[in-house]
Design a protein around this ligand. Structure first.
Ligand SMILES: [Zn+2]
Length: 358
């Protein structure tokens, strides 16, 4: 059920508008523009959630999978989509995303997602759940395999988008990750090859939503060294990887993945062999520290290669142990406080609880 739209607008107006008062023409114009924008955003979120859930269901049904794997993934996807609906300025419920018959079937099968989207936090954004599925269930291990898996999903979503009553641009699809990245560690003594660790850029929209998600990821999901880099984004303290670590990013557009250099923020946070390393000269990027695909990818690499974390240092020449110590003494509490404040603004119930699929 929607809240009174005027209540939302009252919360968004600035002081000048308040001084001019609701009767003022400029105030009314601004209110109308804001109301239209919120309505448009809501409609994009609704279509994006609906299509993401349907395509994910399709992924699950076309494969012979154990029932518990299906349940685990579907619960996570449903919960994450509903959670972003809950955070939206015009709060949404599961029935905003799903037609009555689909809703009934899914609710009977995956009740936990329906019960906990308004009380528990997700550990990943929808597109990162998709990457995890591609890696852990489908078994994509090479760049070709992963790109073909993602391309298939992206183009199915795009086709479905074109069949909507109101055609939506691909860039308005909220749960898409425009950028994916992988990193690997070319271990000197390992001749057998090295696994690729894929990450996606933050697939959600809205400034508060992004900040909430980055706090969750730093607190709960990502490796402590990545949380350290995000925390120190503003003060030039970076983490340094061994020379054998490489990180590559790709931008998805019109069915193809194109190589992409890191942004100014990623270059500041991570001293790592980025390939390609130069090319993005923008200085005033709008996204927050922690938004890019490189964060998730480097985090998975650190979590997935035994012993690698001990080889990471900071630009102040501190060891990995000192990163862990600072995480425990300061960084963890800081992300927790920030998350609590952001959730309070959304009237999200506390204490912090995380969604655990069955
Ligand atoms: Zn970046």
């Amino acid at each position: 059920m929607d809240r009174d739209p005027r209540a939302t607008l009252q919360g968004s107006v600035n002081l000048t508008d308040q001084m001019q008062g609701p009767g003022h023409a400029a105030f009314q114009d601004r209110s109308r523009v804001l109301a239209r924008k919120e309505e448009r955003d809501k409609s994009h979120l609704k279509i994006s959630g609906n299509l993401f859930i349907k395509q994910f269901l399709h992924l699950l049904t076309k494969r012979q999978l154990a029932e518990d794997i299906k349940t685990q993934y579907m619960e996570k996807v449903l919960h994450a989509v509903f959670f972003f609906g809950r955070l939206h300025k015009r709060q949404m419920r599961p029935n905003d995303f799903l037609e009555p018959s689909t809703l009934q079937t899914l609710q009977a099968k995956y009740p936990q997602s329906f019960q906990q989207y308004g009380t528990h936090l997700p550990s990943l954004t929808p597109y990162s759940i998709l990457l995890q599925f591609g890696n852990e269930v489908v078994g994509c291990s090479t760049q070709e395999e992963m790109e073909s898996f993602l391309r298939e999903f992206n183009s199915a979503v795009q086709t479905a988008m074109q069949q909507q009553e109101h055609i939506m641009k691909p860039s308005n699809f909220i749960f898409r990750a425009a950028i994916v990245s992988y990193s690997f560690y070319r271990e000197p003594q390992n001749k057998a090859g090295f696994p690729l660790f894929y990450g996606a850029s933050l697939s959600c929209s809205g400034e508060a939503e992004r900040e909430i998600m980055i706090s969750i990821l730093c607190l709960r999901t990502w490796h402590k060294a990545v949380a350290f880099a995000v925390y120190h984004g503003l003060d030039d303290l970076a983490i340094v990887f061994p020379d054998e670590v490489q990180c590559r990013a790709f931008c998805y557009s019109n069915g193809a993945f194109k190589e992409k250099p890191p942004c100014v923020k990623c270059k500041k946070m991570y001293h790592v062999d980025f390939q390609p390393s130069v090319g993005d000269t923008r200085e005033d990027v709008q996204w927050p520290y922690g938004n890019c695909a490189e964060n998730e990818s480097l985090s998975k690499l650190l979590q997935g290669v035994p012993g690698l974390q001990e080889k990471v240092t900071t630009t102040d020449l501190d060891t990995y142990q000192s990163i862990e110590q600072e995480f425990a003494s300061k960084i963890e509490a800081s992300f927790r406080d920030q998350l609590i404040k952001l959730l309070q603004k959304k009237n999200f119930p506390l204490p912090l609880q995380f969604f655990e699929p069955q």
